[in-house]
Design a protein around this ligand. Sequence first.
Ligand SMILES: NC(=O)c1ccc[n+]([C@@H]2O[C@H](COP(=O)([O-])OP(=O)(O)OC[C@H]3O[C@@H](n4cnc5c(N)ncnc54)[C@H](OP(=O)(O)O)[C@@H]3O)[C@@H](O)[C@H]2O)c1
Length: 321
Amino acid sequence: MLIYGATGYTGTLIVHEASRRGIDFEIAGRSEDRLSALAAELNVPYHVFPVADREGWKSALKGKTALLNIAGPFSETAEQAMEAAIKSQVHYFDITAEVDIYRLAESKDVAAEAAGIMLLSGAGLFATYDPLVVHTAKRVENPVAMRAAFKYSGGFTPGSVASSGNIINAGLLVRKNGEIKKLTEAPSASFDLGDGPEDFSLMPLGGLVISYKSTGIPDIEEYFAMAVPAEEGSDTFKEGHPVAASGAERSKIFIEVTGEDGTVVRSMADTQDGYMPTVTSAVEVVMHALNGSFKIGFQSPASAYGAELLTSLPDVNITDF
Ligand SMILES: NC(=O)c1ccc[n+]([C@@H]2O[C@H](COP(=O)([O-])OP(=O)(O)OC[C@H]3O[C@@H](n4cnc5c(N)ncnc54)[C@H](OP(=O)(O)O)[C@@H]3O)[C@@H](O)[C@H]2O)c1
């Protein structure tokens, strides 16, 4: 595996997890000083090149099975990294939550299929979210509508703040009758994730593309809320780390699916707060491909690995109601 963007906050956690799990990997990115220090610490080879450097990609991807791109915001890196993976016939993974990147991955379906590779965007948060949608959808006959509410507990790194800007700038997107549409006014929504009704904001998280791929549900709306940091008004990132939310809160993903006959079911996953769920998920998903389990073309976590993926993720609790 090649891990590009290895020196960021999430990248550093991921390379340590990959090392802990005994994966054969090399690291890459644009910053020589940080890469050389990290490579020395882990005793792995490293490659320094900017995302636009095609020769850099070609050389770094030689002999690799998979590329894990963690350099975000992905609006600056995904196009070049996906193209490089297709050209070098190496499976592509990233951990984006930027909806436009999922649309980009979807647009490269035919090219990825022709190259015989899997192009799986969203191996972080969506490794829990997407299989949970499939799990919930299986509880009704003919699912016709889905609403998701994600409550994130923890702070944001600079990369995540930049990515959040891209998500907000994508606009008030929903899927209606199978098509992505932009609303002019945000519908308000209240969900009870176990602590009483709470207000959530409409925000396209990527299920619009990814969970449509895995389930074909024609109507999808996604909502987001953030548990506030411990100190009111404080930064979400201090001294090199995201600031934890108050108390022992966990991040929660809530999925509501409506069946054709009007039956409504709800399932929720709760995970550790902060970035660790993304770290363990990304490494777990890539390991599937390294072990020879993959589907070619554009894939989502659940279109590739089904609802069963949930059982391979540590510290994820599922509640059905
Ligand atoms: N959806 C999820 O599950 C999830 C969870 C966690 C993080 N993320 C996303 O993952 C991304 C990285 O997060 P992070 O916490 O590691 O952020 P971070 O600590 O700010 O690090 C960003 C990393 O990306 C690299 N980078 C940024 N722009 C680049 C460019 N144009 N070319 C090459 N490298 C570039 C940086 O390289 P330098 O070190 O050289 O600056 C750094 O290694 C963000 O987009 C974040 O939103 C998603």
